[in-house]
Design a protein around this ligand. Sequence first.
Ligand SMILES: Nc1nc2c(ncn2[C@@H]2O[C@H](COP(=O)(O)OP(=O)(O)OP(=O)(O)O)[C@@H](O)[C@H]2O)c(=O)[nH]1
Ligand SMILES: [Mg+2]
Length: 373
Amino acid sequence: MAENNFVDYVKIFCRSGKGGRGSAHFRREKYIPKGGPDGGDGGDGGSIILRGNRNYWTLLHLRYQRHIFAEHGENGSKAQRSGKKGENRVIEVPCGTVAYDAHTGEYLCDITDHGQEAVLLQGGRGGQGNQHFKTATNQAPRYAQPGEPYEERWVVLELKMLADVGLVGFPNAGKSTLLSVVSEAKPKIANYPFTTLEPNLGIVSYRDGKSFVMADIPGIIEGACEGKGLGLRFLRHIERNSLLLFVISADVDSVSKEYAILLNELTQYNPELLDKRHVLALSKSDLLDEELMQEISRDLPDLPYVFISSITGLGISALKDILWRELNSDEFIPVAASRETLVHRKLDVASLGFEPEEESPDDNDTDAGLSDQ
Ligand SMILES: Nc1nc2c(ncn2[C@@H]2O[C@H](COP(=O)(O)OP(=O)(O)OP(=O)(O)O)[C@@H](O)[C@H]2O)c(=O)[nH]1
Ligand SMILES: [Mg+2]
């Protein structure tokens, strides 16, 4: 995937369809005097619907589609003919997409599963025709309901990847290299900080056809919460991961200290990240000997850890075992279950740097309904 193809924010204008008018027609036929009211109902307007689709990994397909309109319902007509319903517009999005109001940042809805649908904007209901308003005292109602109006809104769609394991570490720690050896993913790897500029996902195969998804995100440095390095922008992609795998190079001065710095940055972003399960991988262990490993082991934070080398393969299968065990342990809340408890904070729309939009664009869509005569 080319680097600028990773789109995890889009801003779009959506409008549902208005409901068609009910008809106030009277039956007029030769030899049938006072045929009575026969106005049909207006059709419902189409809704704007978000639908999860596992074949999409980014929001790229929506980048140039700024305005999305559903169809209006057609008006009702004579002889009790109802107007046609307006077509819904379905927006296909990757699983892990969250929708917010672009003006207020207010959370609207959340798509986590393939095929899951959420109504973003409801279409207006069609109005009832005059045939419904005939009563004992009013045999000739000249009244029919108008259709309900449409709804419109600027919406921000944000993608938060849904991986099981999220990699957290300083730049150059060997995160992408690890992803490349445990999965088929081919992330860019190089011996300088900030090689990874956008998240990568890989599927890690485990024994007996089992697998889990791992997400590699850009490295984090001290002060990231103040915007240093690439900042904390990409942390939202590990916000919903079930487990965080800290990758810290085994040849640093103090692993505990590095872990503490990373934890501090995560806390600044979202303290809930501390409640997740953490596992520690000490990378580049091929640079150490047995003795040094033992020495380092004496001063490690209290969490499951393993010495690994992506180059020699040391500890890689032990790491997969630990990850699998942690992902399947009893106390563990899987992604699917945790989403009910997931709190969606308000989106800071101003920080996204979108251009100010023109108000309510025209859809050049004239009232497509039939006349009510
Ligand atoms: N000796 C040794 N070198 C490694 C190992 N894993 C990665 N490296 C090297 O470390 C350097 C950085 O690796 P990356 O995988 O790009 O590191 P990263 O954590 O993804 O870095 P950013 O994307 O910048 O955050 C590369 O030169 C790798 O070849 C390892 O197990 N042993
Ligand atoms: Mg990388």
